[in-house]
Design a protein around this ligand. Structure first.
Ligand code: Z5A
Length: 214
């Protein structure tokens, strides 16, 4: 685990569609509240009313094709609001902040998936985050088929979920490269296991973060 300059701890959960991020966030929220851990659970894109408006735009289908750069800029516009209004204040207050997706998604989806150069994403990261990075990133990883088969049961798909299998292959590869490049920040977890054993593993991974804020 790396260390930010605030008393709180910043943890992010990452992975392609259907690997179980939302399910894991729900479980962690309940577990941490039961154990009186000062926690803030949030997600991206979104997390503030204005950022949630941007989320709706990003997830909805449009008659006009959304350019990759438009998508990237809107992700970072939402992130700027989210950091200023929610994430940084919670870290300053000494909370454990757990965020469902953060900038690694921009590298995996807009970078590896859509083909935008890393240097452009890094430039936005520098402007918007001013040095803020997650202390710990948990990457839920599973073969594409596992995640996609889980979300196939949904009645309605959003703009990202209607992407091709090849797009998600590139996103997954992008994530694995990010994890390999920063082993001190990333923990990669096999998401193709029972919920019970996955949840046990998550609690174990978070143990030292919990101790630091408790
Ligand atoms: N995006 C981006 O492009 N760039 C960015 O910078 C950011 C985001 C921040 C947000 O969508 C979209 O924005 C996202 C990337 C893009 N793309 N999409 N789609 P979202 O938040 O709505 O979607 P998501 O984050 O991918 O969530 P998801 O599709 O709901 O997947 P999930 O949260 O990982 O899975 P889940 O809902 O927890 O589980 C899916 C199903 O599997 C559910 O029925 C569970 O009961 C089941 N499940 C989960 N775990 C298990 C296990 N272990 N065994 C069996 N069944 C399981």
């Amino acid at each position: 685990m790396s260390e930010n300059k605030y008393p709180g701890i910043f943890v992010t959960l990452e992975g392609i569609e259907g690997v179980g991020k939302t399910t894991s966030m729900r479980f962690l929220a309940e577990y941490l509240h039961q154990h009186d851990v000062p926690v803030l659970i949030t997600r991206e894109p979104g997390g503030t009313p204005l950022a949630d408006d941007i989320r709706h735009f990003l997830l909805n289908e449009h008659d006009e094709e959304v350019q990759p750069e438009t998508e990237l800029l809107l992700m970072f516009a939402a992130r700027a609001q989210h950091i200023a209004k929610v994430i940084r204040p919670a870290l300053q207050a000494g909370k454990l902040v757990i965020c469902d997706r953060f900038t690694d998604t921009s590298y995996a989806y807009q970078g590896a998936g859509r083909g935008i150069e890393k240097s452009k994403i890094k430039a936005l990261e520098d402007v918007v985050q001013d040095g803020l990075k997650p202390d710990l990133t948990i990457l839920l990883d599973a073969p594409i088929e596992v995640g996609l088969s889980r979300i196939q049961k949904r009645e309605k798909t959003d703009r990202f979920e209607s992407e091709t299998k090849n797009f998600f292959v590139k996103c997954r590869q992008g994530y694995l490269e990010l994890a390999a490049a920063e082993p001190e920040r990333f923990v990669t977890v096999n998401a193709d296991q029972s919920l019970e054993s996955l949840q046990k593993e998550l609690v174990g991974i978070l143990a030292s973060a919990i101790k630091q804020v408790a």
